[in-house]
Design a protein around this ligand. Sequence first.
Ligand code: FES
Length: 77
Amino acid sequence: MNRVYVCSCFGITEQQVKKHAENGACTPRQVASACKAGTDCGSCVRRIQAILGRGECPRRELADQGKPVLSALDEAA
Ligand code: FES
């Protein structure tokens, strides 16, 4: 197993971040509250963001589309 540490302060691996993403943590903040990653030096936040941005979170797209969803509703009305 190759262990890629995303957050070395808390020893959080990319695998763990993905796991949290699967469990619904779609933002670095949510990952932070799940496993503390990013709450110390903060240098890993961008890496966490990058992992989340790769679509590891199935719900992320919906979150990203907050505005489009609203305007889609407008169009439907
Ligand atoms: S590397 Fe994640 S908080 Fe420092």
